[in-house]
Design a protein around this ligand. Structure first.
Ligand SMILES: Cc1ncc(COP(=O)(O)O)c(C=O)c1O
Length: 404
């Protein structure tokens, strides 16, 4: 059947998406997938224009750090560009094991397991842990990879209102006594930048004997005085059974991990299908990730600078009248309202030299389309001021702020 046949729902879906993209491109408002010609510190060059980067997850500005570069280059020289194997068979190198030991030490657990992406880590872990007779309870704003893992697991999938502890308790209380229970939450929510109420989540999980999995994609290197993450932020020692994170945000590499008890990791090593049946991380990526965890501990001033920049940025935006929701982290939503406003404001900001991107429905609830501006330890206060001045001008131009 031809792709254009309107009676085929698959073809219709493809057509609809193509139409949306075509129309955005026609209005010069399609801002996704732009190839960078150079990435240099907090600057990115696209189409010959050098812009200040406010869209990356380089929270501690670790890209090109000499120790991390050297570690990746040494592993590339020693082991080559890939492993030609899955971890369980020919794909495990000394570097993979060292990375896992480093993660376990960093997160204060007995063991850890590294996989080829954060997305695959959530998907594979949740699916491996749960079966048809279990119940998984997930915050409504959890990342797509958690949602997809819950769906793949075939467990009963219950979602509770975002960060609402009464709703979580109600969901837990309704689970049949004998069912396996897993609560999954993001530590820092990737679209809103707010932080889960972890002490209360832990209390409820203990009360109702549920296991707890926390996704620390945006909290490692970000939260806690030394960047060790959400437990350090709340001054907690224990309480998370399954500590998930990525190697692609603060850590300038690729991959995901689970840290936890040695029994949990042994189980996952032999049960996650995306681990058992998929190739190992390239050794250079594993070595870069290991060195990054070490740099976070060796250079604690990066975390301090990041946290100071976050406060400065959020306060400055709020003083200018922007709605930044409840963000307390480097992910700062600047609410624009409808999709067009978000696209226009991002486009005008890029024209003025600030690289920021719009996030629109269905990635966020419609009516809350936004610019997601990420501040990092690499930005100077002057650069943050420069960005805020641009956002103020472009926000007024598109009606996000009053235009007086
Ligand atoms: C909260 C959260 N979890 C998981 C992921 C997936 O991680 P990765 O990009 O490393 O696959 C992301 C990525 O955006 C994320 O924001």
């Amino acid at each position: 059947m031809p792709l254009t046949d309107g009676n085929n729902p698959i073809a219709w879906r493809i057509e609809q998406m193509n139409e949306r993209v075509r129309s955005a491109k026609e209005q010069d408002l399609y801002l996704y997938l732009q190839p960078a010609e150079a990435v240099n510190g907090v600057h990115v060059t696209i189409n010959g224009c050098k812009m200040l980067q406010f869209a990356s997850y380089a929270y501690l500005n670790l890209l090109n750090h000499p120790k991390i570069q050297a570690a990746a280059q040494a592993a590339l020289a020693e082991f080559g560009s890939g492993t030609h194997g899955v971890r369980v068979l020919a794909g495990t190198t000394r570097v993979h094991v060292e990375l896992e030991q480093t993660i376990a030490r960093f997160k204060g657990t007995e063991d850890a397991l590294a996989l080829s992406s954060g997305y695959v880590t959530n998907l594979g872990t949740i699916a491996a842990l749960l079966g048809r007779n279990d119940v998984v309870i997930s915050d409504k704003l959890n990342h797509a990879s958690i949602v997809d893992g819950c769906l793949l697991s075939r467990a009963k999938f219950v979602r509770f209102e975002h960060n609402d502890m009464e709703a979580l308790e109600k969901a837990l209380a309704e689970v049949p006594k004998k069912a396996g229970k897993l609560v999954v939450v993001d530590a820092v929510f990737s679209m809103d930048g707010d932080i889960i109420n972890l002490p209360e989540v832990i209390r409820l999980c203990r009360k109702y004997e549920a296991m707890l999995m926390v996704d620390e994609a945006h909290s490692v290197g970000v939260l806690g005085e030394t960047g060790h993450g959400i437990e350090e932020h709340f001054g907690l020692e224990d309480g998370i059974d399954i500590k998930m994170g990525t190697l692609s945000k603060t850590i300038p590499s690729i991959g995901g991990y689970i840290a936890g008890s040695s029994k949990l990791i042994t189980y996952l090593k032999h049960s996650i299908r995306a681990f058992v049946f998929s190739a190992a991380l390239p050794p250079a990526s594993a070595a870069a990730a290991k060195a990054s965890f070490e740099v976070i501990e060796e250079e604690p001033q990066r975390v301090k600078t990041l946290q100071a920049n976050v406060n400065y940025f959020i306060k400055g935006l709020q003083e200018r009248g922007f709605n930044t929701l409840n963000s307390e982290t480097p992910i700062v939503p600047i609410i624009a309202g409808d999709d067009e406003r978000a696209w226009m404001m991002a486009k005008l900001s890029q024209d003025e030299g600030i690289f920021v991107l719009p996030i629109v429905a269905p990635a966020v609830p419609s009516g809350t389309s936004r610019l997601r501006a990420n501040v990092t330890a690499g930005h100077t206060l002057q650069e943050i001021e420069q960005a805020m001045a641009v956002f103020e001008r472009t926000g007024r131009a598109v009606g996000v702020l009053p235009n007086y």
